[in-house]
Design a protein around this ligand. Structure first.
Ligand SMILES: *Cc1c(COP(=O)(O)O)cnc(C)c1O
Length: 384
């Protein structure tokens, strides 16, 4: 089947991002590539393939369905970790496949222990503790119960990790909250250590924490957004930039380029309306190109009369409303454009660039949301 647009995913950009993160954290911590949300829109299979070429052997997902996608494309030697949702009915299968998962409540921990016992295969669990994010994780008050359950089930469990998640490490304003979370995490660590329970790795840091708080890197860092070449927030960039060399002012590279082609042309007379309703009225004679991408493809309606695309290396503004499957753009200042001519929605063409950030700002979304809204049906193509 032919699609109306495609996403190119750059191997070199990913390698550059990982090299930069590695240069910050040193050789010791494992880098886990976070591939939830269809690898932040990049495609799980594609990202796994690129990451493994870069030497990554650890992948984190939110849910079991994503973990299965990683399992289907990753090498046997790569570790897979579910940080969120799974159904207890799937535990036996996940344990047999050697897929690791968080335990943040007693039901899951108990079920995993029982099934491991029955199967004679150790469940590989990460004990998540609550330090202040207040989403998932065992409470400090539950520590004795957890300790008892771990002690009873030591022969049936492989304790792969002790972990937590930070609340808003991307903003300096949360600095004291992060410090408090680190302190609570150390309390949990100390408690289990004193009581003879050892974990293979301790981990807590997402991209922002990895970049801004060296003390959070521990044994493993869970890298999502930075791996895809985006700063968690502008503020994170400003804070990291202060420590970077002048020659390398932005060490992160976007992996993603979104391309399509000109589907048709239209000449309109001054005074006519374009598209549905009265969203745009031409104040002069215009030449339009019709582009086969609309909100059904993740090109938001809020880019109506606001978005821009690149054709022939030039910015061409979106005219009128974004339709379900198409947009019209103004090419009046261009000449010699042919049917099928390349159109860039995100990325570089000639000397100009449309960044996800500009796209996201004009459409009032942050990078994370814009990326994950790119429909999974759009083909993802790995490029060098
Ligand atoms: C999404 C997520 C990450 C990665 O976050 P980024 O900000 O994209 O690096 C790490 N840990 C957990 C638990 C997550 O849910």
């Amino acid at each position: 089947m032919l699609h109306t647009s495609r996403l190119e995913i750059s191997t070199a950009a990913y390698q550059k991002n990982i090299t930069f993160i590695r240069s910050l954290i040193g050789p010791k911590p494992t880098i886990s590539a976070v591939v939830k949300g269809n690898a932040y829109g990049h495609g799980i299979a594609q990202l796994v393939s690129i990451a493994e070429k870069t030497g990554i052997r650890h992948f984190s997902t939110f849910s079991s369905d994503e973990a299965r996608e990683v399992f289907a494309s990753a090498r046997d030697t790569s570790e897979i970790m579910i940080m969120g949702m799974l159904h207890l009915a799937e535990l036996a299968d996940l344990i047999k496949k050697g897929i690791q998962f968080y335990a943040f409540d007693l039901q899951r921990l108990e079920a995993a222990s029982n099934i491991s016992k029955e199967l004679g295969i150790k469940a590989q669990v990460h004990i998540e503790v609550e330090t202040g994010f207040n989403r998932t994780g065992f409470e400090w008050e539950e520590r004795k119960t957890v300790l008892e359950m771990l002690r009873q089930n030591v022969p049936f469990l492989e304790l792969k990790g002790l972990c937590t998640h930070f609340a808003g490490a991307e903003s300096a304003q949360n600095h004291s909250r992060i410090q408090e979370q680190i302190r609570r995490f150390e309390d949990f660590s100390e408690y289990f250590r004193r009581n003879g329970i050892a974990f293979e790795r301790r981990h807590a840091a997402c991209s922002a924490a990895t970049l801004l708080f060296p003390e959070t890197r521990l044994d493993l860092v869970r890298i999502g957004i930075a791996g895809y070449g985006f700063w968690p927030t502008r503020e994170t960039f400003e804070m990291v930039k202060a420590e970077l060399s002048v020659e390398n002012p932005n060490p992160l590279r976007r992996l993603l380029t979104w391309k399509t082609e000109v589907m048709s042309f239209k000449k309109i007379k001054s005074g006519s309306f374009v598209g549905y309703g009265k969203g745009f009225k031409a104040s002069k004679d215009m030449s339009l190109a019709i582009i086969p991408v609309g909100y059904a493809h993740g090109y938001g309606r809020n880019l109506s009369n606001i978005g821009k695309v690149l054709i022939s290396g030039e910015f061409c503004p979106v005219i009128g409303m974004v339709n379900m499957n198409a947009i019209a753009v103004d090419i009046s200042k261009l000449s010699g454009i042919t049917l099928g001519e390349e159109v860039v929605l995100i990325g570089n063409q000639g000397d100009n660039e449309i960044t996800v950030a500009s796209f996201a700002e004009t459409s009032d979304l942050i990078n994370y949301e814009m990326l994950t809204r790119l429909p999974s049906q759009i083909p993802r193509i790995i490029v060098d």
